[in-house]
Design a protein around this ligand. Structure first.
Ligand code: AMP
Length: 283
């Protein structure tokens, strides 16, 4: 596996692969790899000739009071894990390589970024995500890019950018990988002390409880949400949001008649965690 830090070198490697008729798969990440990241790498490895994993803790998607400076970083460990998955290139640029002096462009997706994490964290977050992902697509020119359903809104934002800017890349959404007790894997789980780690299991349990109510045939959004609210309250968690939204438009859903995204964000201990389930419209 090659570790590449410059855009020029990255482009040259892709050019060589393309000249040999190879397909290119990209897995964008911020590092601190866990099984969720590795599952995306495996999907890419199975489908593409050249597998590129980008490792870039993107400063523009973090707010002033967020965890940019404390975000877990261990490039040597990440490189070993990626190599073990058969990744061909780890693209790990410095911030100045991606955002040189004079950088002045931002990609803003309107509408779907006004809710959930866009409202809770602020508009800068998805502007930062959309801008860096568009840059990575420009640098790596992948045939396919892999994203986790854990960040469901992020996938919708990336798909919107790809459609609106006519980018030639296919976006593949990959299922959420969970710990044995259901907690969605996240690089931020390392912030959890043992008590908070236990408390955090309530997020997925809350989504499960709501899904069970939906599974029994209930369509009323408030009744479905109430089941989740009870589990969170029992665990002493006050969510930043707990909402049912249309899986494509992110419009509010009051009755589940088609597939709906049940999404939650909450501070648990020192971490801000997110999770989601898709509730089927046709149960
Ligand atoms: P991150 O490094 O947190 O920016 O995540 C990089 C990619 O991995 C994103 O597409 C995430 O959605 C995805 N990802 C993060 N956690 C999980 C998980 N538990 N299961 C599946 N994919 C995940």
């Amino acid at each position: 596996m090659r570790i590449i830090g410059t855009i020029d070198e990255m482009r040259a490697a892709v050019r060589t692969a393309r000249a040999a008729g190879q397909t290119v798969g990209l897995v964008p990440t911020m590092g601190a790899f866990h099984e969720g990241h590795l599952s995306l790498m495996r999907r890419a490895r199975a489908a593409s000739d050249l597998v590129v994993v980008s490792l870039f803790v993107n400063p523009t998607q973090f707010g002033q009071n967020e965890d940019l400076s404390s975000y877990p970083r261990d490039e040597a460990r990440d490189a070993a894990l990626a190599e073990n998955e058969g990744v061909d290139i780890l693209f790990a640029p410095e911030a100045a390589e991606i955002y040189p002096d004079g950088f002045a462009t931002s990609i803003h997706v309107s509408g779907i970024t006004d809710v959930l994490d866009g409202a809770s964290r602020g508009a800068f977050h998805f502007d930062g995500v959309a801008t860096v992902v568009t840059k990575l697509f420009g640098i790596v020119a992948p045939d396919v890019a892999y994203f986790g359903q854990k960040d469901a809104q992020q996938i919708l934002v990336v798909r919107r950018v790809v459609a609106d800017l006519n980018l030639e890349v296919r976006i593949e959404a990959c299922p959420i990988v969970r710990e044995a007790d259901g907690l969605a894997m996240s690089s931020r789980n390392v912030y959890l002390d043992p008590a908070a780690r236990q408390q955090a299991t309530a997020l997925n349990r809350a989504l499960d409880a709501a899904a069970a109510v939906r599974g029994s045939g209930e369509r009323d959004g408030e009744r479905i949400l109430d089941a989740a609210r009870r589990v969170l309250a029992d665990a002493d968690i006050t969510p930043e949001y707990l909402e049912l939204r249309d899986v494509l438009t992110l419009n509010t859903v009051t009755r589940v008649e088609s597939d709906a995204l049940l999404a939650v964000a909450a501070r648990v201990g020192a971490a801000r965690l997110i999770d989601n389930h898709i509730l089927k419209g046709d149960v």
